[in-house]
Ligand binder design. Sequence first.
Ligand SMILES: NC(=O)c1ccc[n+]([C@@H]2O[C@H](COP(=O)([O-])OP(=O)(O)OC[C@H]3O[C@@H](n4cnc5c(N)ncnc54)[C@H](O)[C@@H]3O)[C@@H](O)[C@H]2O)c1
Length: 300
Amino acid sequence: MSGTQIRKVAVLGAGLMGHGIAQVCAQTAGYEVSLLDVKQELVDRGVAMIKDSLSKFVSKGTIDKPKADEVMRRIRPTTDLETALEGAQLVIEAASENPKLKVDLYHKVSELMSPKSILASNTSSISITLLASATKNPENVVGMHFFNPPQLMPLIEIIRGAKTSDATVDSIKAAAMQMGKETVLCKKDSPGFIVNRVLMPALNEAAFLVSEGVADPEDIDKAITLGLGWPMGPLKLLDYVGIDTALSISDVMMQGFDDNKYRASPNLREMVRAGLLGRKSGKGFYEWPSPSTTKAKASP
Ligand SMILES: NC(=O)c1ccc[n+]([C@@H]2O[C@H](COP(=O)([O-])OP(=O)(O)OC[C@H]3O[C@@H](n4cnc5c(N)ncnc54)[C@H](O)[C@@H]3O)[C@@H](O)[C@H]2O)c1
């Protein structure tokens, strides 16, 4: 069976990942895009992040100004779910990493979207089978896991839920190729899939080192970048991922495997309570002068 021909994509959630995914869809794949969030100010923030990213591409000479303007014209921001879904052959959900929130959203989306359209989740850890169970067409639900920032990172993990059809997987492979991405297939719907199964315990362990007072964040990051050759230290990476998102991923893995080795470091939970969410809130393990600034400064 041949895959779905995609012309329009609806991206649900205009945060760190959603804005970047919308940009890749419009810029590289040439799709028409609708970008949804729950409040106008959040949609506006997502659009501002896309403009900021495009202007960086223009100043580096990667694209020219007319192309950047064309990309912006292809992206239609909205706060109305029905408007966002209208005419979309592919829906990419990039809403907050919260199982209940996502299940509620999948239920609503399933009522409104075309039964032939594909519903792909950018979740980092939540079961695709669980999300699919809230829809009328679980064969059309699949994991499509981008990496941060989606504009630059070349990989998409494709995750099969228990009922995902071959045609859906084929369509997502084709869409990923159109977006200029490489893919890997996660054959089984297992918490954290491939990359986060390996990465999250390492990031969590770095948070434990801070929590136990073993070393300062700068030294932990220096040790891992210089000692292991990582391009970015684990604590800086946690700030980029978002402490709230990282905590949710750890919690999903802990519950999914029912194994204490995935228990989140207590300082992650404390930081979320205190609103120290990393780069997006201005402070996490480091201070971030403005949400769009890329230079990190060690926090006192
Ligand atoms: N942050 C990362 O590095 C990263 C990497 C890969 C995948 N992910 C996954 O991507 C998803 C989004 O993460 P993020 O980092 O962009 O989070 P984020 O907090 O930056 O953005 C999430 C956005 O979803 C919006 N939202 C919440 N409920 C919604 C709804 N019902 N409809 C539409 N929008 C809604 C929120 O208002 C928010 O703007 C999560 O599932 C996360 O696990 C994150």
